[in-house]
Design a protein around this ligand. Structure first.
Ligand SMILES: NC(=O)C1=CN([C@@H]2O[C@H](COP(=O)(O)OP(=O)(O)OC[C@H]3O[C@@H](n4cnc5c(N)ncnc54)[C@H](O)[C@@H]3O)[C@@H](O)[C@H]2O)C=CC1
Ligand SMILES: O=C([O-])CC(=O)C(=O)O
Length: 345
């Protein structure tokens, strides 16, 4: 798992011109060529995410796609003296070139929330955007690992799966809903209450990525802290409402972008490490699952050379978490079904 200090070390490794070195620093193990495409690269998340992917020495080719604004973002990012070649693509006619040969495709394309909206209120616009982008992925890079950021993730991931199934390219090991920001928040909030250094904190977050479907498992948090039940309840609520906290603070200017770019960069880095054969890469993600009766569910996932290597179980839950699990299922089920229905219309 990438430590918070990793981005600093990524940058310094990259700045040292370490492209010929492996992550462990052995000159004899070359880092494979990896193309990463960011779809929605000129947006609030897309720009800082493109920057962070440019700092990642595992990336050799960075493809920045948007319907507008990518030439400027690509020119800007391309001046950074790190390993990857950067190319900007603008408009649908260039989408195929943006995707060809991609190993990982990150999708932060679509509209963000304004105060008073739920993530599901974004469905009408974002479902169509995701469907079109996934149709192109099936055509131009059917074997890429897809990191879905666009909301509502609880529906956009099932939409992507249906599009890939129709195209005959679906591989459940290669499709991920990015829920890393929930984990990032849970770690930050827990460290504050437990009064422990945040760098060493781990908290699994399971379920989905909207309101009560976000279920942090503080009973499994490490290092252990004896927090009162009411503190755990408050931490759970704050993690579930983390996105709304940012939407309200931005007061109409969008939702989380910087923390999401950080989280998206962490998750993409984990995918790249898995592809490169680094052992024991485990992150939470919303994936096809048999952990519960729901067809998609977020839990810890071991990443490997083909994407998902193993979907890990939930472990033991407190009574409070068990109740949270049962309460989230109807909403998550209906969001999944909404996505499947849309994709098959
Ligand atoms: N999974 C998660 O944890 C999080 C997800 N999000 C979601 O990420 C999405 C993007 O958020 P922001 O970057 O803040 O929005 P934004 O509006 O700043 O940027 C979105 C970008 O997508 C582009 N876009 C629109 N249609 C496109 C298409 N067909 N192809 C390619 N690009 C297209 C726009 O031109 C724009 O540059 C939203 O749906 C938001 O809800 C946001 C935060 C966290
Ligand atoms: O809340 C939103 O709309 C954006 C998001 O998914 C998050 O910040 O977790």
């Amino acid at each position: 798992m990438m430590k918070p200090s990793m981005l600093r070390s990524l940058h310094s490794a990259a700045a040292r011109g370490a492209s010929h070195l492996s992550r462990r620093g052995f000159a004899s193990e070359p880092v494979p060529e990896r193309k990463v495409a960011v779809l929605g690269a000129a947006g609030g998340i897309g720009q800082p995410l493109s920057l962070l992917m440019k700092l990642n020495p595992l990336v050799s080719s960075l493809s920045l796609y948007d319907i507008a604004g990518t030439p400027g973002v690509a020119a800007d990012v391309s001046h950074i003296n790190t390993r990857s070649e950067v190319v900007g693509y603008q408009g649908e006619a260039e989408l195929g070139k943006a995707l060809e040969g991609a190993d990982v495709v990150i999708i932060p394309a679509g509209v963000p929330r304004k105060p008073g909206m739920t993530r599901d209120d974004l469905f009408n616009i974002n479902a169509g955007i995701v469907k079109a982008l996934c149709t192109a992925i099936a055509k131009y890079c059917p074997h890429a690992l897809v990191n879905m950021i666009s909301n509502p993730v609880n529906s956009t991931v099932p939409i992507a799966a249906e599009v890939f199934k129709k195209a005959g390219t679906y591989d459940e090991k290669r499709l991920f809903g990015v829920t890393t920001l929930d984990v990032v928040r849970a770690k930050t909030f827990y460290a504050g209450k437990a009064n422990v250094p945040v760098a060493g904190v781990n908290v699994p977050v399971v379920g989905g990525h909207a309101g009560i479907t976000i279920l942090p498992l503080f009973s499994q948090a490490t290092p252990k802290a004896n927090l009162d039940d009411d503190v755990i309840k408050a931490l759970t609520k704050r993690t579930q409402d983390g996105g709304t906290e940012v939407v309200e603070a931005k007061a109409g200017k969008g939702s989380a972008t910087l923390s999401m770019a950080y989280a998206g960069a962490l998750f993409a880095d984990a995918c790249l490490k898995g592809l490169n054969g680094v052992p024991d890469v485990v992150e939470c993600s919303f994936v096809q699952s048999t952990v519960t009766e729901l067809p998609f569910f977020a839990s810890k996932v071991r990443l490997g050379k083909n994407g998902v290597e193993e979907v890990l179980g939930l472990g033991s839950l407190s009574d409070f978490e068990q109740q949270g699990l049962e309460s989230l299922k109807p909403e998550l089920k209906s969001s999944i079904e909404k996505g499947i229905k849309f994709a098959n219309q």
